[in-house]
Design a protein around this ligand. Structure first.
Ligand SMILES: [Zn+2]
Length: 150
């Protein structure tokens, strides 16, 4: 009789150990997830001085189809458009001159915010091309844009 009680308590002891091991495992996994989530947030503010923002990137040119009444060859910050120009239109929360890196635009080199647009609000960008055809070829792209911290 003693022996069987002893056995029973051994079984309980094993069960308890397994149970605690399970709880600890769950805690570790949970905290790892929390750390991973914090990491993701941290990535948007990089140490390199750039913030990565997922954006919807469309394209435009100086034509009337793209700019309507604003098709005067001058950007919102007063820049007179010249051949070969590469710049972007962005939401007002990105000050004029803000530097951006947009994969596939301007050979992925830095471009600056020179312009605004009625439909360019929030995480939307309009990249400038010299011809309507080039703007059409760009289409709509979803890109993790790097924005220089100011
Ligand atoms: Zn156009």
């Amino acid at each position: 009789m003693m022996k069987s009680i002893c056995l029973l308590s051994n079984v309980f002891s094993v069960f308890r150990k397994t149970f605690f091991a399970l709880i600890i495992a769950v805690l570790i996994v949970t905290s790892a997830n929390v750390i991973a989530a914090e990491d993701t947030n941290a990535k948007t503010e990089t140490d390199s001085g750039w913030t990565v923002i997922p954006m919807r990137v469309t394209a435009y040119c100086p034509c009337e189809k793209c700019c309507g009444e604003w098709a005067d060859g001058v950007t919102a910050n007063g820049h007179v458009i010249r051949p070969g120009d590469r710049f972007v239109a962005a939401d007002g929360r990105f000050a004029f001159g803000t530097e951006m890196l947009i994969e596939g635009y301007n050979d992925s080199n830095i471009v600056k915010v020179f312009d605004r647009g009625g439909a360019i609000k929030g995480n939307k960008l309009d990249v400038f091309f010299p011809t309507h055809q080039a703007a059409l070829e760009w289409g709509v792209r979803y890109i993790d844009v790097k924005v220089r911290n100011r």
